[in-house]
Design a binder for this molecule. Structure first.
Ligand SMILES: [Cu+2]
Length: 380
């Protein structure tokens, strides 16, 4: 008897629980921080409650009918095959509901797609496995790489608060301004996803997709690549810092200065010779950040997938070929072109490292000028 009573009460409790504000539900979509993300959230909740209402009505009628017309009560089945009235009703009602749902959905979609009159435009390029940002109004561009230490990934250190959601150089955008993103890719399909902005757009090689956002609150917003793009798909996070327009302006100037300075240094570097010690130390750092994921920290590669550098003919004998492949990549393989991604110094250093580490003791130094010569030879 008590069991029946508790069952009788549990159903209304369950139904009432559904009226609790859905934001309390940790598995629900987040509201985000932009007007669009709020619109998307509201749309999602509207459709959700419509679905709940439809579910309640349809299952209510169904269960009521099953119980009310059960055989035990001696009910005779009704015969209304091919009833025009019923068929019109069950077509018209869903069509009406769909139209009702399509109106707010279309409004939100149109607002999301409207990338006109942007204040700032950023070209976002995905590549295995990092993001590249280029500010079209300024001479500012950079790669944004995962900054979580390897030791955390391999469980040698405790995992940090923003594990796998931290980068060396975050994208910076101004608050209160419309920022347009142009998405593309260097290799496979990636997807640039920042949940707080309700922006999730595929980055396809050879195509440009558009998205936009306007963030009002300064802050740090995090996201991830949302399209399975290969082995390190889980290691290409996105970090966006929204700064006030004045701070943003300052940051842009600082970046432009940094890039101009690096270019000037590179010119100086061409006349300089770096020592083996310096080349090996910069080279080891560069190798770990850019090469070790495929060629492995041991330089042994993965047989059949990524070639070994340790003891390889190219690393031991063919210096121009070695420089060329690092600069320009190898078409049809995962070997990327690093000419744009790394500085002359880093390229010279990483090649020196590869020619002298793991017992590849060629004793050869590769200088920035050597790399530059191969670059010029290629007419770049
Ligand atoms: Cu990706």
């Amino acid at each position: 008897m008590t069991k029946t009573r508790s069952l009788r009460w549990s159903l209304p409790t369950l139904l009432l629980a559904a009226t609790v504000d859905a934001t309390d539900m940790p598995l629900n979509m987040t509201r985000g921080v932009t007007e669009i993300s709020q619109q998307v959230y509201d749309l999602h909740m509207t459709i959700f409650w419509i679905c709940c209402a439809i579910g309640a009505v349809v299952f209510g009628i169904m269960f009521w009918s099953i119980v009310r017309h059960r055989k035990a009560r001696g009910v005779q089945p009704a015969q209304f095959h091919e009833s025009t009235k019923v068929e019109i009703l069950w077509t018209a009602i869903p069509v009406l509901i769909l139209i009702l749902m399509a109106i707010p959905a279309t409004k939100t979609l149109i607002a999301m797609e409207d990338t006109t009159e942007a204040d700032v435009t950023v070209l976002v390029t995905g590549s295995q496995w990092k993001w590249h940002y280029k500010y079209l109004e300024n001479d500012v561009e950079f790669y944004s790489l995962l900054a979580t230490p390897k030791e955390q990934i391999t469980n040698r250190f405790a995992k940090g608060e923003n594990y796998l959601l931290e980068v060396d150089r975050p994208l910076v955008i101004p608050t209160g301004k419309k920022v347009r993103f142009l998405m593309t890719s260097d290799d496979v399909i990636h997807s640039w996803w920042v949940p707080a902005f309700a922006v999730k757009k595929d980055a396809n090689p050879g195509f440009i997709n558009e998205a936009w956002t306007r963030v009002d609150e300064p802050g740090i917003y995090r996201g991830q690549c949302a399209e399975l793009c290969g082995k390190d798909h889980g290691f290409m996070p996105i970090v966006v810092i929204a700064k006030s327009p004045a701070d943003y302006e300052q940051w842009v100037n600082g970046e432009a200065e940094r890039i101009a300075k690096a270019k000037a240094e590179e010119q100086e570097l061409l006349a300089m010779n770096m020592s083996m010690e310096e080349l090996m130390s910069v080279g080891a750092r560069t190798y770990t950040a850019y090469c070790a994921a495929c060629h492995q920290p041991s330089g042994e590669g993965l047989p059949g997938i990524f070639p070994a550098l340790k003891g390889s003919a190219m690393a031991l004998n063919d210096m121009p070929g070695h420089i060329n492949i690092v600069l320009n990549g190898k078409a049809g393989t995962s070997m990327q072109a690093y000419a744009r991604q790394l500085s002359l110094k880093e390229i010279a250093a990483v090649i020196t490292y590869e020619r002298n580490a793991w017992g590849n003791n060629t004793g050869e130094l590769v200088q920035a000028a050597d790399v530059h010569a191969v670059m010029q030879g290629k007419g770049e």
